[in-house]
Ligand binder design. Sequence first.
Ligand code: NOJ
Length: 508
Amino acid sequence: MSETWWRGAAIYQVYPRSFADGNGDGVGDLAGLRSRLPYLSDLGVNAVWITPWYPSPLADGGYDVADYRDIDPVFGTLAEAERFIAEAHARDIKVIIDVVPNHSSTASEWFKQALAAGPGSPERERFWFRDEPGEWRSIFGGPAWTQVPDGQWYLHLFAPEQPDLNWTNPEVHAEFHDVLRFWFDRGVDGIRIDSAALLAKPEGLTGRFEDLDEVHDVYRSWRRISDEYGGRVLIGEVWLPDQERFARYLRPDELHTAFNFDFLACPWDPARLRSVIERTLATHVPLGAPPTWVLSNHDVARVVTRYGRADTSWDHGDRRDGVPSDLGLGFRRARAAALLAMALPGGVYIYQGEELGLPEVDDIPGELRQDPIWTRSGHTVPGRDGCRVPLPWSGDEPPFGFGAGRPWLPQPEDWRKLTVEAQTADLGSMLTLYRTALRIRARLLGDGTLTWREHGPEVLAFTRDSGLTCVTNLSAAPVPLPPHEEILLTSGPLDEGLLPPDTTAWLM
Ligand code: NOJ
């Protein structure tokens, strides 16, 4: 693959705790991940993105990193991570890891040193310590300031265990430069940058804390390092509704790509989807940056559940946990959406379990929930555990081949129909759809451009550079297919030659 492999890649997101458990302790790990590499090869993805695997007290599923230069013992060892990278490469799968520059962990050496050194010390200057708390609220609920025993307060935009780093301090810059080199030296092909727009804070720590101009200097310096290594890819987690501001992260000397959350948040509605797609292309094309298409990740409700609800949009502020969903309808739409996302120009992300059509698990008992959103909301918002339940691989009952132990979050009994094993044998399964689509995509789709075809107001139709036409029917009635010579794939059966509602077809 070329140096710009990422422009049209299919990237599979691994949430390691929930992917596969090799040592039987109920938590996914590197041994499990390595043993399932053949599955990822067979699925046909070009890269994996692994969410944080570093030592962490897991106050926020690993997004509280205590040490960037090691692997959490629950997952394995650094040597094992190196073996994993080599094994993935041997299968032509690139490896992207997660870096979390906005905050650290209270278990990090730096934070321990800051506590020990006391107020006014250079060690405290790596964080945001103040004598009085500020007004900001934590994104996870509750105040964004926590007091330490000597009376000072420190800032944490997320959980109290995730102290924000002070990006006006050159030591912080140097540390992350070193972390990038540490992993690039070990062969990783790219970095996913967590909360990428939050790093710079306004003077006085009041007012808006998102998307301050200073943050771009950070990414310019990271780009120089990535370029030194032959262009390792930098991918921003940038949730910004303002496209002009979003585009600034994709300038030629900054990040290569960023997640397109507008597409994920968009309701299943033809006009809205068309306008998000057009807006996305209008933002990316002038910059020469490839768009990305994301339907789900470890922070949002599963696609099947979302698309089966009366309101199919996504909003972080209103997670709609437990809102009833017609899963049959959601499943049909998720299949149609997968073919739509995979046909669009640019890269596509697949969150583990999306290819199995897993629904959100709404009935996890409160005492087993781990997400800080659950605790910090005073047990009123269940949070993100429902999309993080360990994968079902095989067999008729939990743990469904996930590993020998009891999974860290309980799997629903009826997932027996959704295991990899059950779906491999079923030509009509979600897994078969993903496998087939990814194979076609590798040949005919990915990076490039599209030309819209007008096919009625509630139908999205476009043709790609290869000549493949993708048509999605979002109306309530079947529609004729546009002229074609061959039907390559459909997300559901045709109805007497017509394309039924909530169905996508790929035509040549
Ligand atoms: C975004 C990550 O995807 C999420 O899981 C995490 O809680 C926050 N950033 C804070 O790191």
